[in-house]
Design a protein around this ligand. Structure first.
Ligand code: NAP
Ligand code: ZN
Length: 368
């Protein structure tokens, strides 16, 4: 078996931590000796063993002289867990194959230097792109201190998110809807505008078995969220943030009494300043946000440059209707050359629907 084979296995293991490791990265590790896998592990949850120690603990025989495949550079600093480089050296691992480097300034290259200086053979960059993509949230958050924002919506093939009467249940099939709940579990935060709260009275929770609810963030400039909305009524159970420009303590009090956390932010273009909001959410430890629209907030979010990724679920059906809503509204760009573009795009069939996703090409903002 090749290095690629074992790194692929380590990537599969890392995936198992998705949704649980935040704000830590997902990491997988495989130990191989004489062509046999003798130990496997992954970072199961923030606060628990790192993948390397988990794999060593699961070893079925002595790891002395073995090769360790690990998707991310081993850490060398004392965090909630002791450094993994110590465990690797103590175990007598002869060779370490690494997927991607760790951009965390406390680690960045130092982990590999320590291993090399103790005579461990180190190889890097095996399946690097896949390993980097796995932790795109972690890499973004640690470098910018702001959440990684994924704009997600479901639309018909003719670009509508509701019929002309506003009916939107359902656009996509059961499988796509199930995947969205899984995605809510994968994110630390979920964000909508007050327009969506007023129109749909959503709960924004994760209805996947064993999943966890993201922190709900409502962009509500003038504090119009109804006190009897389902979100406010469940704010004691599910963390809820109302991002507002209303600083009046008397108006904010009933929301706070209901369990909501108010964030008072500066105004920009007549609404809550999204850049300032991202900074505050980052300070609160929110590393990823699933932006579930509607069209007004989506447009401003794109225009402010806070969106890193777009996920569009496309249903092979057409609603028509000149007044039916579309996923991104606002003013829009003037010329096609000013379009927000995606790169690294993929299309995946999900039941009867398709998921088209990609990274926002942030270079485009320079042309505006
Ligand atoms: N199919 C889908 O995937 C999907 C997903 C979500 C929503 N929807 C549909 O979309 C419709 C609601 O759309 P919408 O555009 O009215 O709602 P929206 O985008 O959720 O909310 C818009 C409102 O958010 C407030 N807001 C606060 N800060 C903002 C900022 N920085 N930028 C922009 N807006 C900000 C604004 O009011 P203030 O400034 O006054 O606070 C604005 O009017 C509903 O019919 C819903 O069903 C569909
Ligand atoms: Zn570690």
């Amino acid at each position: 078996m090749t290095d690629l084979y074992y790194m692929r296995r380590a990537l599969e293991l890392a995936e198992r931590g998705r949704g649980w490791t935040s704000p830590n990265p997902m990491v997988g590790a495989v130990l191989v000796r004489e062509g046999r896998i003798i130990g496997q592990g992954w970072h199961v949850r923030c606060g628990e063993l790192h993948a390397e120690r988990h794999a060593l603990k699961n070893c079925t025989e002595s790891p002395k002289g073995a090769t360790m495949y690990v998707t991310l550079e081993p850490c060398c600093h004392q965090g909630r867990q002791p450094p993994c480089t110590d465990a690797i050296l103590e175990a007598g691992i002869a060779r370490v194959v690494v997927g991607s480097g760790d951009p965390n300034p406390l680690v960045a290259g130092k982990g590999l230097d320590i291993l090399r200086s103790h005579g461990v053979e180190v190889e890097t960059g095996v399946l690097e792109e896949e390993c980097r993509a796995l932790n795109r949230v972690f890499f973004h958050y640690i470098q910018t201190k702001r959440p990684y924002v994924t704009m997600k919506y479901a639309m018909t093939l003719d670009g509508k998110i509701a019929t002309r009467t506003g009916a939107s249940q359902w656009i996509t099939g059961e499988e796509a809807r199930g995947q969205v709940h899984r995605d809510r579990h994968f994110h630390t935060g979920i964000m909508v505008g007050i327009g969506t709260v007023l129109a749909d009275d959503p709960l924004l929770t994760c209805r996947m078995e064993g999943g966890k609810d993201p922190v709900r963030i409502i962009c509500d400039t003038r504090l119009r969220t109804p006190l009897d909305s389902r979100i406010v009524r469940t704010a004691e159970e599910v963390l809820t943030v109302i991002a507002t420009c209303c600083a009046d303590p008397a108006r904010r009090a009933p929301y706070e009494a209901a369990g909501c956390r108010g964030l008072v932010l500066p105004e920009r273009g007549g609404h809550v300043d999204l850049t300032a909001l991202m900074e505050r959410l980052g300070q609160m430890g929110i590393d990823s946000v699933l932006l579930e629209g509607g069209g007004t907030l989506n447009w401003v979010a794109l225009e402010s440059g806070i969106v890193q990724r777009v996920q569009a679920y496309i249903a092979p059906k057409l609603f028509g209707g000149g007044t039916a809503k579309s996923p991104v509204e606002g003013l829009g760009v003037e010329t096609p050359a000013q379009a927000v573009r995606l790169k690294n795009t993929t299309v995946t069939p999900v039941g009867e629907d398709f998921l088209l996703e990609g990274d926002v090409d942030t270079d485009v903002y320079r042309n505006r």
